[in-house]
Design a protein around this ligand. Structure first.
Ligand code: BYC
Length: 339
């Protein structure tokens, strides 16, 4: 487990250390696999990269509530409704931990929200696909949360302390999310032919977009090399994509569905599955805003933000009142002591 690098170089010196010394200390922290904490000096590029990735990750959790959230009122039983409610609520929680982690880097939460709703910051491509049937809820749990686990378990060892610690809890919850999806699909596969067809149709629609979640191929990933050198990312996009495929193939066999890739086969020599190439031009189109549901997701998020203004105002007024009362109490106690 990496330990914290809390001491700063020059603690013992009278004058504040100069940047090269700070940089050297930061480099040593990374090389020793220790953690960088909010109070530590860090290069501006490292801070910017983290804010970018953590904010996108937070936005993804918040926008990611929509595709499944659309089924809460239509879930086929009370049990499924309660499960789905809990899952979507967990996603809101993940967004909140992540916005808090971004705040430790000096980001402002309101500003991050503005960047999202004005389209100046990204969120995961996967949430721009529609959820026309209840099988989509199961497949999102199985594929999307499965992909999230592959991507996020290594982030528990990310070099930035608050991000890594947030990921520990997020991953525990994602693991439940994945299992509930798989359990839902197993139930549907044990049902009627129409239900089995519904599952296969959802698998066919979500497979390739799920592979795209891992980002562009390594050769076209402008951020990977630096993020890996800083140990923010621990594995490349292609490594994680491969891990997801290897993990999912036996699960698909057990479930009795076919993954829609004719090139998918076990490669004995590599000890991995070979698989086809996702359409990365589609990924780029979706990231740029031209996916099937981008406009709908953003419109919904903007409306929710506008409709939530009174809640934020009320919470701010309540916090101000509490602060005023605490200050008044402190002044009263001071007077008592003085008397
Ligand atoms: N979608 O150089 P690259 C969840 C962007 S939510 C959109 O490889 P990087 C859940 C990328 O940002 C979990 N954009 O970038 C919630 C970059 O653009 P900028 C979401 C993408 O950062 C609810 C450019 O393309 N997970 O689990 O090294 C319900 C070049 O890419 C995508 C996270 O956020 C994409 N798919 O690697 C259910 C995980 N891919 O910023 C489930 C944390 C790439 O340079 N993030 N881009 O303009 C990461 O691990 C990394 O940021 C990525 C990309 C692997 C996504």
């Amino acid at each position: 487990m990496p330990s914290s690098a809390s001491s700063s170089p020059g603690d013992t010196a009278a004058a504040p250390p100069q940047e090269p010394a700070l940089q050297a200390h930061f480099d040593r922290t990374i090389a020793r696999d220790q953690r960088v904490e909010p109070r530590d000096w860090m290069p501006e590029g490292y801070r910017r990269t983290l804010i970018r990735q953590i904010a996108q990750h937070a936005h993804s959790e918040i926008i990611g509530m929509q595709p499944e959230g659309a089924w809460i009122t239509r879930a086929p039983s009370l049990r499924r409704k309660a499960i789905l409610f809990a899952k979507v609520q967990d996603e809101a929680g993940h967004g909140l931990y992540l916005y808090s982690a971004a705040e430790t880097l000096g980001a402002d939460r309101d500003d991050l929200t503005d960047r999202l709703i004005e389209g100046r910051q990204k969120y995961s491509s996967i949430f721009n696909y529609p959820t026309p049937t209840f099988a989509d809820v199961g497949v999102i749990g199985w594929f999307v949360d499965g992909a999230a686990i592959c991507n996020q378990v290594p982030l528990c060892r990310s070099s930035y302390g608050p991000y890594a610690r947030a990921m520990v809890r997020v991953c525990k919850e994602e693991s439940f999310h994945q299992r509930q999806g798989y359990e839902l699909l197993r139930t549907m596969m044990a049902g009627t032919q129409a239900q089995r067809d519904m599952v296969q149709d959802a698998v066919d629609r979500w497979w390739w977009p799920s592979l795209m979640m891992f980002g562009p191929p390594d050769d076209d990933s402008p951020n990977s090399a630096q993020s890996m050198a800083w140990r923010i990312k621990r594995h490349s996009n292609d490594e994680l994509r491969q891990k997801f495929v290897d993990m999912t193939v036996p699960q698909a066999e057990k479930l009795g569905v076919t993954l829609p890739d004719p090139e998918l086969k076990w490669n004995e020599e590599r000890g991995h599955h070979d698989f086809g190439t996702p359409d990365f031009s589609e990924l780029m189109r979706v990231i740029k805003g031209d996916g099937p549901c981008n406009a709908e997701r953003m419109a919904r998020r903007r409306t929710a933000h506008e409709e939530g203004a009174w809640v934020r105002e009320a919470a701010a007024a309540h916090a101000a009142k509490q602060a005023r009362r605490t200050a008044e109490r402190a002044r009263g106690e001071e007077k008592e002591h003085a008397a």
